[in-house]
Design a protein around this ligand. Sequence first.
Ligand code: ATP
Ligand code: MG
Length: 841
Amino acid sequence: MSVVGIDLGFQGCYVAVARAGGIETIANEYSDRCTPSCISFGPKNRSIGAAAKSQVISNAKNTVQGFKRFHGRAFSDPFVQTEKANLAYELVQLPTGSAGIKVMYMEEERNFTVEQIMGMLLTKLKETAENALKKPVLDCVVSVPCFYTDAERRSVMDATQIAGLNCLKLINETTAVALAYGIYKQDLPALEEKPRNVVFVDMGHSAYQVSVCAFNKGKLKVLATAFDATLGGRKFDEMLVGYFCEEFGKKYKLDIKTKIRPLLRLHQECEKLKKLMSANASDLPMNIECFMNDIDVSGTMNRSEFLEMCDGLLARVEPPLRSVLEQAKLKKEDIYAVEIIGGATRIPAVKEKISKFFGKEISTTLNADEAVARGCALQCAILSPAFKVREFSITDLVPYPISLRWNSPAEEGISDCEVFPKNHPAPFSKVLTFYRKEPFTLEAYYSSPKELPYPDPAIAHFLVQKVTPQTDGSSSKVKVKVRVNIHGIFSVSSASLVEVHKSDENEEPMETDQHAKEEEKMQIDQEEQQKTEEQQQAQTENKTESEEMETSQADSKDKKVDQPPQAKKAKVKTTTVDLPIENQLVWQIGKDMLNLYIENEGKMIMQDKLEKERNDAKNAVEEYVYDMRDKLCGIYEKFVCEDDRNSFTLKLEDTENWLYEDGEDQPKQVYIDKLTELKALGQPIQARFQESEERPKAFEDLGKQIQQYMKAVHAFKAKDEQYDHLDVEDIAKVEKNANEAMEWMNNKLNLQNKRSLTLDPVIKAKDIQAKTKELISFCNPIVTKPKPKVEPPKEEQKPAEQNGPVEGQGDANNGSQATEQTTNAAAPTPTEKKLPEMDID
Ligand code: ATP
Ligand code: MG
């Protein structure tokens, strides 16, 4: 079973895989470990990753990038609207209200959802992993920004499904990094000791995220996270773009912002310049040829000018750093290390700001580009049954407080309750108890909307169905389990109705009543507590941190509540009935829709495959034309007569022209047929050449064999001791065969030498080889017949025995060598980092 981790970056993605030797970040077909988050649509197929990136300018309107942050957002979302203005491709409102991406694909206008687009990117990453692992990839762990809301997370989950992946966990990017950092550390404090607090800072292309984690042996707990959801490398690029737009606008009288292609080129050049400035403080040129209206533009920039213009951006580095410390109630001195990752932390001023804030050197021990993917692969290995990894527990957190709101019929008002406060450990489940007579709705929402980098605080509505009053007409007790799951997504995971059955025989009504009264009392208490008549939310029962354990604890606790105390003798029985829950999630794709997307993705994969095969078939024709043309006036020249060569060359030229004209865009079969047609002409020439290459060697081998047997015959005749045991008749047969073979060979050689090379040879190399074989199989058994064994005299055996120990010694030596070799083979190569206790089952 494959174990894969995927870092879905705004600009680029990384895939890491777990193997028995450790975690490895894998390269794509361009030998690049970064696959650009880019998809380009064409009239026949899609290109994904690097191939798409190269079309950003040439196919601007149909090349989609920068879509990571459209997950789970409405078209009307202010963020979407702001982004829309700067995109080369078009965003549209889909019938669901969500943001869609409009492109021309297969010569048709198509609106894709962001899930579909991300699904396409994931398809590519899946293929990359499959090519590296040489087996199908299904299970994976995918990273998302720590600040993603439920709608965004669910949207990414849908994208993984569209790509045919089984996402075992959506992990927060900063948590993946913390895992990649912690799991290899051998010197973490013991469980009872004070934990080691480490801050992780990730500034990527689109966002800036900070987390502080507490490490103990085998344990990582995220204490707090903070972020600036729009501060990233691209903001720095935009500063430069803005500057040069103005500069070139004035200098060359160009209105750059109105033209998408020059603007895209400027973006690319500004990003390059930004990177150069990270390594170089001197003046750097910014030259673009034929930039706009055939004008070449040029300017300069240096690091200090750049810093000045980025002052506002750099001021945004500190607040999240301060925030995590405040939230975790830690002082700067409590921080053991500050680890930075993400491309934009390479900007020296960003590094300085972070280092200055903490008053210490920042560490760059982690791979700035690959740490997230590696952490994802580690998490996948931990979750996968196929791997045995050292125990390492990860406790993440709930980034925003989550509340539930419900209608309180008795009070004719709304009640609410914060179920998960900010930074509550996750994953986590809680059981809430309600007293109701009919179905009711729970509305989950983020109760601190100001903190959200997302406009809609609503999470979902959960309708708890089939709630009925008890037989006596009173409210039923309804237990509702709410949870933040492994992906960081909130849900009402189950609901059950506790039915109270009064026993009818041999039981004193009093006691039953008494119990009923107790229940009632509890209800009344709750009622007072909640100031409602119908005892809405009675209590929230906190369970344990681990979800697995939680369930069992929830059960035992339930029993305590449900079963009457022993002293009262059980006269009342309770049973629980599971209640169906209907979810109305914000921006959730329906099951049918999702299935349709999965089906469509399959069709597009097939189309890409067919198109690739068609292109390969076309390339094969083109390649053949060039190859044959070269060879016809080169190595094949002697093997074809002038007339045939001329007509074949002409045919090849025609085919080349055809490829640029009518043959530019033909079905695969047409190219296959074309190639067959050309090969019919080329094949005999090629074969004659091939024969002439192989023939001399074949004749030489036969000649050698003949000579060898003739030598044996002569030696026999000369009474050589070596052959004196052979039979004279047999030797005569060998001589006859060898002579015949010689005659045959000379005859063929003569004929062939007289024959023109432009004609098919009189004899093929394989026939000569067959002749050689025939000769060997006849003569060999005769000439190699072993001599009859002569019993050695007894005394002569002694020296042989004396040789024994010497041989034995030799064996011992060999033995030790063998052991050494085995040890060497088992030892890991020095460059390989071993995954802790990782084995494939
Ligand atoms: P996100 O994490 O926001 O989803 P991402 O993971 O794609 O985005 P990264 O790959 O971490 O982002 O970083 C890409 C950013 O880092 C780009 O803006 C890139 O220009 C910038 N970057 C890379 N190298 C350097 C450098 N040497 N100097 C300055 N910036 C750099
Ligand atoms: Mg990133």
